[in-house]
Write a protein that binds this ligand. Structure first.
Ligand code: AMP
Length: 513
């Protein structure tokens, strides 16, 4: 099937060719003809499947006729996060190069005045996050009675983030006769109920959800203590020893840890930016732009802020925290190993993470190999004690299998690196400088690691009322799991200070060749 078979206009087809796409993705092939036939569509697909173009391309075709009126947008796209909204806007820019359409982005964190000016000019496409859209509406600056087409994107995320009441309010403001496109990665009963309410005789299109992780991703668990300073130290070792590190995303479970870790990495000479929900829009965009352009090779991020972002070609993912929800693990590590490229994903795990780890392994249907020594090598004894090794470390290596050792020759090398590197690195941090060529790309050139203790982060601002995470999709599936924690939730209880075994192993790393 080619794009030309889908009924798109010539202008759109030209833009698609310019974008370099030769074939529609499955969600595009299935959804586009129905959208063009003015049917309501229920699309079950997640980011990465090409779903944004599945609605932007037919929308552009349809908007070629008709004109926008002041303050009365013709189409409305609702997105759960500012970044996703900005990404949709970029899609309109990319595919709409041959069109003269007014596209307005209405998101929080930026000035009302500019947004107002755009709305006054007349808007063909209004892309919005629910909160800011309602703010404009309540100020009397916006009328939704002219909306011919409504897109509700990432509905299950909207539910997770507590946006459904806002969405229900907004849907009541748009005409009943509108066309509605509703996209969600999962369809728990609560989302089915909303789809029933919002859609009229919809065409259901579905693409497979990646239940497993890409085979091009080399995954490793790294045993560590639960204390922040221990984890930061292990992370630094990992980054320094990571093979072929081009750029990496470091995921934290909580916003305050994102900010603290970014400051810590910077103070240790790494070039890292932060991305979390409490940053203002300009800072978020600057962080993303720096990372996308390659200027800043490390991005420390929270799940919510990073969700659905289209960042091509990430070589490494580091999970500073094991995610509480196994799906988040799949999302996070899916940032690397895209489009057949190889990628590496390291997850720092402490004893407090054992349940979350089993949930992840059962979701992805395979055990994840330990880099060197499993949790049994992590001592819970007081500092200075020898780390204990137990039976389990052997078990984990066996579970990961001879195969992983064989098939990942590179990984064996990788796994040896931090162990061997550790003592020497620490000596260096106390004493001399390493030659520049030896430094990781992620490290900023001029600065050398400074001492612990880590910088202390200021208390985080309170989360806005609309943001609290909810656990409905999981509950709806009848799964029993710990409640989704707000990013600013309590710090997990630590197990005392210790040094992971692999950091203590003497090896020959750093021998001159
Ligand atoms: P999305 O799922 O909309 O976030 O899209 C994921 C990525 O796929 C984006 O980088 C798009 O530019 C890209 N993409 C969308 N459609 C196609 C296509 N037909 N062929 C190749 N890449 C595509």
């Amino acid at each position: 099937m080619s794009f030309a078979d889908l009924g798109l206009s010539d202008k759109v087809l030209q833009a698609v060719t310019t974008a370099g796409y030769t074939e529609p993705t499955p969600i595009q092939a299935q959804a586009i003809p129905h959208v063009l036939a003015r049917r309501d569509v229920l699309g079950i697909a997640q980011t990465g499947t090409g779903k944004t173009a599945a609605f932007t391309l037919p929308m552009l075709t349809m908007l070629e006729t008709g004109r926008a009126r002041a303050r009365m947008p013709r189409t409305l796209i609702l997105e759960p996060t500012r970044e996703l909204a900005a990404q949709v806007e970029e899609n309109f820019e990319r595919y709409g190069t041959n069109h003269k359409l007014n596209v307005a982005l209405i998101i929080g964190g930026v000035s009302f005045a500019d947004q107002d000016a755009k709305l006054t000019r007349g808007t063909d496409v209004l892309i919005a996050t629910p909160g800011r859209l309602l703010d404009h509406f309540e100020r009397g600056k916006l009328l939704l009675t002219g909306v011919e087409l409504l897109v509700i994107d990432e509905a299950d995320r909207m539910l997770d983030m507590g946006f459904i009441p806002d969405i229900e309010r907004i849907v009541k403001m748009v005409p009943f006769t509108r066309q509605t496109l509703f996209f969600s990665a999962t369809m728990p009963p609560e989302i089915e109920r909303l789809a029933d309410m919002f859609l009229h005789n919809p065409q259901r299109v579905e693409v497979a959800r990646p239940a497993s992780t890409a085979t091009t991703i080399e995954q490793r668990l790294v045993a560590t203590g639960a204390e922040g300073h221990e984890k930061r130290k292990v992370l630094r070792q990992l980054i320094r020893s990571a093979s072929e590190l081009q750029n990496g995303i470091i995921f934290c479970n909580r916003k305050r840890d994102v900010a603290q870790l970014q400051r810590s990495l910077t103070s240790h000479g790494f070039n890292a930016a932060a991305l979390h929900g409490d940053m203002d829009q300009r800072a978020r965009m600057a962080a993303l732009d720096g990372f996308r352009s390659g200027e800043v090779p490390l991005l420390v991020a929270s799940d919510v802020a990073a969700r659905g972002l289209d960042i091509p070609a990430v070589s490494h993912v580091f999970n500073f925290d094991v995610p509480h929800h196994p799906e988040d693990y799949v999302h996070r590590i899916g940032r690397t190993g895209r489009a057949g490229r190889s990628g590496q994903a390291f997850t720092l795990a402490s004893r407090t993470d054992e349940r979350s780890l089993s949930a992840i392994e059962s979701l992805i249907g395979q055990p994840i190999a330990w880099l060197d020594g499993d949790l049994s090598t992590v001592s819970d004894e007081v500092e200075g004690d020898e780390p204990r090794r137990r039976r389990g470390s052997r078990r984990a290596k066996e579970t990961s299998g001879g195969e992983s050792a064989k098939s990942t020759g590179r990984s064996t090398e990788t796994s040896a690196a931090p162990a061997s590197e550790s003592p020497r690195r620490e000596n260096r941090s106390r004493g001399g400088r390493r030659p520049a060529a030896e430094r990781s790309r992620a490290e900023a050139p001029r600065r050398e690691p400074v001492r612990e203790p880590e910088p202390v982060s200021p208390p985080p601002p309170r989360e806005p009322a609309r943001e609290p995470a909810r656990n409905a999709p999981e509950r709806a599936r009848g799964e029993r799991r710990p409640p989704r924690r707000d990013e600013d939730g309590d710090t997990p209880v630590g197990l005392g200070s210790h040094v992971p075994a692999f950091l203590l192993k003497p090896t020959g790393f750093g021998k001159s060749k």
